[in-house]
Design a protein around this ligand. Structure first.
Ligand code: ZN
Length: 845
């Protein structure tokens, strides 16, 4: 680097390497205060013209000794000018930073005006609408800013958009003027916000509003099916209102922002994003089919509760650095689980919690790529790689343990203090541990070291000893660390002893290597399910006798949570090659007609798919297919309600293999056949057309073309057009789509890309798709750079989930071997995504 450049100063000035390094963030947090962004952006009608802006930045500098480093990752030439009230200022635009030399600044207040061209990447520009998605570090691609969560700032946004567009931002519009075919909206000043939470959306949106408990809620959307809107609106508003009321009560803090709007975005990258006052949702998660499954209804409620909980946990109090991003996610999910309860009085919420968290968390924690909940982060560029099931699913389980450990009352009091103390500011995990530690006798730091700072899970076994007459003399539970670190996970759960006609639950507090359960004198059980209450976390090994017993008798267990844990333990047995997939599928076929809890039905159907496509050998699958299809169809017809019918129908579509079943799919798609009690939506017809195409029915191309004609909504049409080539029977057409996907420009609509990639790699086409695996892995680093936070892992899952062959597994291993210095967190993602493939391939080798 050139000596004397203002970027590389000899003293320890701010770090201007690419991204936002922790050093730069810390330096700025210590020297910069009172940040205000006055931002004017002009959005032209044509997508070919750039969005231009003027930023008036006000900032207080504690000392004038260092250059001021803003983040601005738009390409060179995007800075049009920098000025202070006294005139133009010198600057450099380098490494994604806009650097203004110290000599041009003064100690104390500075006002700096910057003209710029915004990069489109985080503006998600479409012909008829755009929306910002800045988390975790993309605000700096759209405008110059201090892109770190602990420099909270106030914002005043003025947006000029085509005259017919609606616009929504964090605060209400203060004024709106239309002139010369353009509309200029000035939004009110925000509360202090982190850059990743600043947001706006604009476009051809319709607006619905409702009043709930004196508060106006507003929904912006592009749904063209009026009936679909009308049917879903009351629930959408009610769920938000219920979540708001619950959170105000739990936190003791009134909703902290000016207004409450949300936007249903077609093909939104995530389920939702918690911009204060302007939450963005994926439209399909809000507007459900009349024939949605119970999981979809519950999922919508959880998502709404999750994003609403963020208004307090994340938006009001924000992590200081993204290493603690898990904190906002854990509280959002943990609160969501509590919030949703009253809206669904008919469901077992302990079962819901177990099913919604443990399986996904185990899917990461059993792999070589498992990561801890809290991960170090040296540069914000890498923040996207922190996200995943460990943050979203394991952390809430751990939080449930913490609540159990210190008591619900202390937990709530501690969280209230935490929110009050750090309102409109930032806090770290150690800040919260300190607050909670004062309210508890437990050593929370030691607890946190194992559960929060380390990856993995314990292997837990229960051993019974009996006397000559068959009575229990001891019940011993032991844990071990499969990673050889000798960690001990402190937790409480029940060991369930199962008898032909009853269950006994023996509480255990496992903190050291082993613990005794008070079971002496009880008769010896037929089977033992450690962690059977669904509260424990670990690999709960079944002994051989219990496994055999459950294979015969699982459906007869009285308690739905014990059944769910038993299923999970059998699934682990399958993955550990202790149980043939065929036996697992046979049990599923016997269990489904007897399963009385709809949540468990959906879970069993969820296990059935990978067991069927990935773990059965091809011959086994062909042999059993007619029975699977017949059973699913029978249960579909027998199901007493629409949501259960929907679950069976989706299961049938996913597994249909025999010519008879495929012909039935075709007849339904042609509307020659209907299913009593299940209204077919456009979404289901689209899914059918896709299913028929990957099964290479002779008239697949006509079906796809006809389906495209059937779709009226422009956003859904565009999606279907995008993925059609991935469904083609012609390998050359599929190849050309894959070639297109190598260019980031064609990966803008991430949900579309994932649908297309999954179709390319459907198990029925897996062999023909093996040659996409290596280039897909080669793209991974670029995908991490250009895509949004969940995209790298989802890209990998979409690529690998359809595969089970040793050749596919070898391709992944070879890639890992050839890249010994691959970025560790990305390597972790690959190992997570490849775990099922490795296991399936090992069974075949
Ligand atoms: Zn969240």
């Amino acid at each position: 680097m050139a000596v004397g450049s203002l970027v590389v100063a000899c003293h320890a000035g701010p770090d201007t390497t690419p991204g936002v390094s922790w050093d730069l963030a810390e330096h700025r947090a210590g020297t910069i205060t009172a940040v205000h962004y006055d931002l004017a952006l002009e959005v032209p009608t044509s997508l070919d013209e750039p969005v231009q802006g003027v930023l008036t930045l006000t900032v207080d500098l504690r000392d004038g000794a260092d250059p001021l480093v803003l983040d601005f990752t738009a390409p060179q030439g995007s800075v049009l000018g920098v000025a202070a009230p006294g005139g133009a200022l010198p600057y450099e635009h380098v490494n994604g930073h806009l650097v203004i030399p110290a000599a041009a600044l003064q100690r104390g207040d500075n006002q700096i005006e910057i003209g710029f061209v915004a990069d489109d990447a985080a503006l998600n520009r479409n012909a008829e609408f755009l929306y910002t998605l800045f988390v975790p570090d993309r605000a700096s691609s759209a405008f110059p800013c201090f892109d770190q969560p602990d420099l909270k700032a106030t914002y005043r946004l003025t947006l000029t958009v085509p005259a017919t567009w609606a616009a929504v931002a964090n605060t209400p519009a203060a004024s709106s003027d239309t002139a010369d075919g353009a509309r200029t909206i000035a939004f009110g000043q925000t509360q202090p916000l982190s850059t990743y939470l600043f947001s706006f959306a604009a476009g051809a949106f319709q607006v619905e509003s409702a009043n709930r408990e004196g508060r106006t809620l507003r929904l912006y959307h592009r749904e063209t099916d009026r009936e679909r809107v009308t049917r879903n609106l009351p629930a959408i508003f009610d769920l938000h209102a219920a979540a708001l009321a619950w959170l105000e009560d739990y936190t003791g803090i009134p909703y902290p922002f000016e207004k409450f709007d949300f936007v249903a975005v077609p093909a939104f990258q995530y389920g939702g994003m918690e911009h204060p006052g302007a939450i963005l949702y994926r439209a399909s998660r809000l507007f459900l089919d009349e024939s949605a499954t119970q999981n979809e209804f519950l999922g919508r409620a959880s998502l709404i509760a999750h994003e609403t909980a963020h208004m307090w946990f994340g938006d009001l109090v924000t992590m200081a650095w993204f290493d603690d991003v898990w904190m906002k996610e854990v509280f959002a999910n943990f609160m969501a689980a509590k919030i949703v309860n009253p809206s669904f009085p008919e469901i077992r919420h302990d079962l819901r919690f177990y099913l919604a968290h443990h399986r996904s968390a185990y899917a990461v924690d059993r792999t070589e790529g498992a990561n801890p909940i809290r991960q170090e982060l040296e540069n914000l560029i890498q923040a996207g790689t922190l996200y995943g099931a460990i943050i979203y699913q394991k952390a809430p389980i751990v939080m449930q343990h913490l609540e159990q450990l210190i008591g619900a009352h202390a937990m709530r009091a501690g969280l209230r203090e935490y929110l009050r103390t750090h309102a409109f500011a930032n806090a770290t995990w150690p800040d919260l541990v300190t607050i909670l530690d004062r309210r508890s006798e437990e050593d929370l730091e030691a607890w946190s070291r194992v559960w929060v700072e380390e990856p993995g899970r314990p292997t837990v076994s229960a051993t019974l000893e009996t006397d000559g007459s068959g009575g229990i003399t001891s019940l011993r539970v032991t844990q071990s660390d499969p990673r050889g670190r000798n960690l001990r996970w402190n937790q409480r759960f029940a060991v369930v002893l199962g008898y032909s006609d009853t269950l006994r639950s023996v509480p255990v507090h496992l903190s050291g290597t082993s613990a005794e359960g008070a079971a002496s004198g009880l008769p010896a059980p037929d089977y033992v399910v450690a962690g059977g209450d669904g509260l424990g976390y670990g690999l709960f090994r079944l002994d051989a006798r219990s496994r055999d017993y459950l294979l015969d008798h699982l459906p007869a267990i009285d308690d739905p949570v014990v059944r769910a844990v038993a299923w999970a333990s059998l699934w682990e047995a399958l993955l550990h090659a202790e149980l043939p997939a065929a036996a697992f599928v046979e049990l599923a076929l016997r269990a489904l007609p007897q399963e009385s809890d709809e949540q468990n039905v959906q879970r069993i159907l969820g296990y059935l798919r990978p067991a069927y496509w990935r773990y059965l050998l091809r011959d086994e699958r062909s042999r059993i297919a007619p029975r699977v299809e017949a059973l699913l169809w029978e249960e579909l017809e027998r199901a007493p309600n629409t949501s259960l019918k929907a679950a069976y129908f989706d299961g049938f579509v996913a597994t249909a293999l025999s010519p008879d079943a495929v012909a039935r799919l075709a007849a339904i798609w042609r509307k020659e056949m209907t299913i009593r009690g299940l209204a077919m939506s456009e979404r289901r017809y689209t899914a059918l057309a896709e299913a028929l195409a990957v099964r290479s029915v002779p008239d697949a191309q006509e079906i796809l073309a006809a389906q495209l004609e059937r779709i009226e909504n422009p956003d859904r049409r565009a999606r279907f057009e995008f993925i059609m080539p991935a469904l083609s029977a012609e390998p050359a057409v599929r190849d050309s789509l894959f070639e297109l996907l190598k260019d980031a420009q064609h990966r803008g609509h991430e949900p579309w890309v994932l649908s297309a990639v999954s179709a390319l790699h459907h198990p029925l086409r897996a062999r023909a798709a093996e040659h996409y695996i290596r280039p897909s892995l080669d793209l991974l680093e670029e995908i991490q750079r250009t895509g949004d936070i969940f995209f790298p892992l989802r890209w990998l899952n979409a690529t690998l989930d359809g595969h089970s062959s040793p050749a596919a597994a070898a391709t992944v291993r070879e890639f890992l071997r050839e890249h010994p210095d691959y970025p560790p967190r990305l390597r972790g993602k690959l190992l997570q995504a490849a775990d099922g493939l490795f296991r399936a391939a090992a069974l075949r080798e």
